[in-house]
Design a protein around this ligand. Structure first.
Ligand code: BES
Ligand code: ZN
Length: 429
């Protein structure tokens, strides 16, 4: 099975290079089979004659060493930890499947739109950062919000997103789903003075990210980010294949949406700026979040904490919330344990992905404190992910498991951004 898959990846790579060979960009063509010299000059996103994008993907050297049939040859760059290859973007689903079957886990690579970006990321040293002082003192404001979390709202968002054929980053439906989400979030932002929703366009593919901003009243330049990816993927195919992604990751977007709804309906006014983000193109190498985190870092934006929700609805290991233990900030993760104890009414534990498995890793890589809340232990997760079987019905039929994650999201927003006003009198409504 794995052998066949390695051959299939190789075939896609060759097809990509053959197509490109007749087109405008022979450098990209040879790059697809690893001609180092031709690639050395390529710094911009390349397209072959069929409009297929060439991208650069980095893999851990340990992974490559342990997979004798690893299908990519001749890295164009490498350091002690990672190696960089050039491939046609159309090979991404198969590469993702190869990693899944070979290592019994998903993905595990970073994708970049240009060689220059990839090289910069490979050589980037982790940024020094003073650890933020996280304090828990907003019980009067956040406490009364917890009872407002409503499972039917969570379910409605999952149903709404899963109804698109897929949310793939190059599919028309991937764009339509982002617009659908923008409209939903705009209805919520309209209830908060000064709040707004914007599409965040990405120059290298058509699916935008979506950003809801609640400006801070006292420290608007300090940002608290709650995020999750809005795209989905079917590991067997690209832009046409059915990928409901109910758990991966309509569930995370449902948590974000219900968090925003409760904050809005409670009259929350933050001291710091709160941004709720639905990322594009996570499933093809964390590309949307990487673009955003890099732009924030280059602009010198101060992000004081990031929480990632990716798969929250499958109770594969009981009621608990599991925090990822790798590619996260340990101080922030420890603080989130305290928030769960105070507000969410469930147990929590930690689990390891073992690789850069979701968007929190993009923020960590850009030097920001990030954490990620997950539905189960890594082994207990919903194994329908990336197939047409990732439906709400197959995941238990309701959104109950996502409710404590929403309580955590509300607590995260209120305790990190802090309330600009005393608890509103109407909070108990
Ligand atoms: N939700 C999945 C994977 C995941 C598993 C996240 C466990 C958190 C905990 C995520 O959407 C995904 O599939 N990520 C890709 C990342 C890759 C393309 C860099 C993957 O694992 O294949
Ligand atoms: Zn996924």
């Amino acid at each position: 099975m794995i052998k066949r898959l390695a051959a299939a990846v190789a075939a896609v790579l060759l097809a990509g290079s053959a197509r490109a060979a007749g087109g405008l960009d022979p450098a990209a063509a040879s790059a697809a089979v690893g001609a180092e010299k031709a690639l050395a000059a390529a710094a911009a996103p390349a397209k072959d004659s069929s409009g297929n994008e060439t991208i650069w993907v980095s893999f851990a050297r340990a992974d490559i060493a342990s997979a004798p049939d690893f299908p990519l040859k001749s890295p164009i760059l490498s350091n002690e930890g990672a190696a960089l290859f050039s491939v046609p973007a159309s090979a991404l689903p198969l590469l993702s499947r190869f990693m899944h079957e070979r290592f019994n886990r998903c993905g595990g690579f970073f994708a970049y739109a240009s060689k220059a970006k990839a090289a910069a990321a490979l050589s980037a040293a982790p940024k020094a950062r003073a650890s933020a002082a996280y304090t828990l003192d907003q019980q009067a404001v956040a406490g009364p919000m917890m009872a407002k979390v409503a499972e039917p709202n969570l379910r409605a968002t999952i149903d709404g997103l899963a109804a698109f054929n897929n949310r793939y980053y190059t599919a028309d439906d991937g764009v339509a789903a982002a617009n659908w989400l923008k409209d939903r979030w705009q209805e919520l932002a309209a209830k908060i003075p000064g709040a707004s929703v914007a599409l965040f366009p990405h120059s290298d593919w058509k699916q935008p990210s979506v950003v809801l901003t609640i400006p801070g009243a006292d420290k608007p330049d300090e940002i608290v980010v709650l995020g999750g990816h809005l795209d989905s993927i079917n590991q067997w195919g690209g832009a046409e294949a059915r990928a409901p992604g109910a758990d991966d990751n309509a569930s995370g977007i449902a948590v974000l949406t219900e968090t925003a709804r409760v904050l809005a309906d409670s009259g929350f006014r933050p001291r710091r700026t709160v941004q709720i983000i639905g990322y594009a193109a996570e499933e093809v190498g964390l590309r949307g979040s990487q673009d955003i985190a890099e732009q924030y870092a280059s602009a010198g934006k101060k992000v004081i904490g990031v929480i990632q929700y990716d798969m929250t609805n499958f109770p594969g290991s009981g009621d608990s919330i599991y925090f990822l233990s790798d590619n996260v900030d340990p101080d922030l993760t420890a603080f989130l344990g305290r928030l769960v104890d105070q507000y969410a009414g469930v147990h929590w534990s930690t689990t390891e992905c073992g690789y850069a498995c979701s968007d929190h890793a993009s923020w960590t890589r850009s030097g920001y404190p990030a954490t990620a809340a997950f539905e189960s232990t890594f082994d207990g997760m919903n194994h329908n992910l990336h197939t047409e079987g990732d439906t709400l019905a197959n995941g238990g039929g309701d959104a109950a498991h996502s409710a404590p994650f929403t309580k955590l999201g509300i607590a995260f927003a209120v305790e990190l951004a802090k309330s600009a006003a005393p608890a509103p009198r109407t909070a108990a409504r």
